[in-house]
Design a protein around this ligand. Structure first.
Ligand code: ATP
Ligand code: MG
Ligand code: MG
Length: 306
């Protein structure tokens, strides 16, 4: 089984405006749509859409649990979130005006996890996860679930012997690297943070690959580097009309894990992940991609060993 862990998920409310947003003006909303927010849930959406069973785990507030679960169900995401009493899962507003590309995001801080809920969640993982499983930890930490808790969680997963993928940033990404997880995918900013001594990028990625089985550095529209078995693959993605690049990385990670779980070769896996992410950026929300487009886009991904 694949599990995704989103510790601080969100309900995204997409607000489509008639015109470009301006202050001191009434900005008319012409359409509203809901999407799931939080990075692990995006991974789950991608993995499910590629036909691979998975369960989204994490925390949700009980005050708006119905609404949160409705969005998960509408996205066909199988889930088992721990309830946090007396709190609401955060809602984020994404303002999309039809005339420009790019979006404006307004995000709430989210849940504060009580101690007993952290312990309950970690205990649940201990009993649930075994060595055949893959676990994706993605997104930010909520208040109350601190860096030492992440350390504990990764150690529990290591003990279980499962495949551990982390889409994290800053201190949490450093922690994942120190604990030798199996997959990381920093984007260019996360990579700069991680490469504190400013080493040559490829040398640095190769050094990470000594301990981490799959290392991907994603560079937005410029594609990615994937390092596996000390081989470096430079990946050039298909040219597409970008509407919104938010969630491209999440989609890439979900598809990559789906590829690994299906036993695809490294090149097939990179091709699938790059095609799914390229399709995603042509959609205005942060998770949607199109399977028919993916088939066409797969033929346009260029992979060169360097
Ligand atoms: P996220 O918002 O999900 O955190 P990220 O910043 O982690 O995204 P990016 O590096 O922006 O991830 O993008 C991930 C991958 O998506 C890229 O490596 C590339 O394959 C694909 N991608 C992103 N933007 C484009 C684009 N404009 N055209 C084609 N492919 C793209
Ligand atoms: Mg990006
Ligand atoms: Mg990312």
């Amino acid at each position: 089984m694949i599990y995704t862990i989103t510790l601080n998920p969100a309900i995204d409310r997409l607000l489509y405006l008639e015109e470009v947003m301006e202050s001191r003006k009434t900005n008319r909303i012409i359409d509203v749509a809901y999407d799931i927010g939080g990075k692990g849930t995006h991974g789950s959406y991608t993995i499910s859409k590629l036909g691979v069973d998975n369960v989204a785990l994490g925390f949700m507030g009980d005050l708006n649990a119905d609404k949160f679960q409705q969005v998960l169900t509408s996205k066909k995401i199988t889930h088992d979130f721990c309830l946090v009493k007396g709190q609401a899962t955060r809602e984020c507003y994404i303002v999309i005006d039809r005339n420009t590309s790019g979006t404006t995001m307004l995000t709430e801080k989210g849940l504060t996890i009580p101690r007993h809920s952290v312990e309950r969640f970690l205990d649940m993982l201990k009993t649930r996860v075994n060595s055949n499983d893959m676990v994706l930890i993605a997104g930010s930490l909520p208040t109350g679930f601190e860096l030492p808790d992440l350390e504990k969680m990764i150690k529990i997963l290591k003990e279980a012997g499962c495949f551990i993928a982390c889409d994290l940033s800053g201190e949490t990404l450093k922690m994942a690297v120190e604990l030798n997880v199996d997959f990381i995918k920093p984007n260019e900013f996360e990579l700069t943070d991680l490469n504190e001594d400013g080493k040559d990028q490829i040398d640095f990625l190769r050094s990470l690959n000594n301990k981490i089985k799959y290392v991907v550095a994603s560079l937005g529209e410029d594609g990615s580097y994937c390092i596996y078995n000390q081989e470096v693959y430079k990946v050039i993605p298909p040219k597409v009309k970008e509407l919104n690049d938010t969630g491209a990385g999440d989609c890439f990670v979900g598809a990559f894990l789906a590829g690994v779980s299906k036993g695809y070769s490294i090149k097939e896996t990179i091709r699938l992940a790059s095609a799914c992410a390229a399709s995603k950026v042509t959609h205005s929300d942060s998770s949607t991609f199109d399977l028919e487009d993916v088939e066409k886009l797969k033929t346009q991904v260029e992979i060169n060993r360097i």
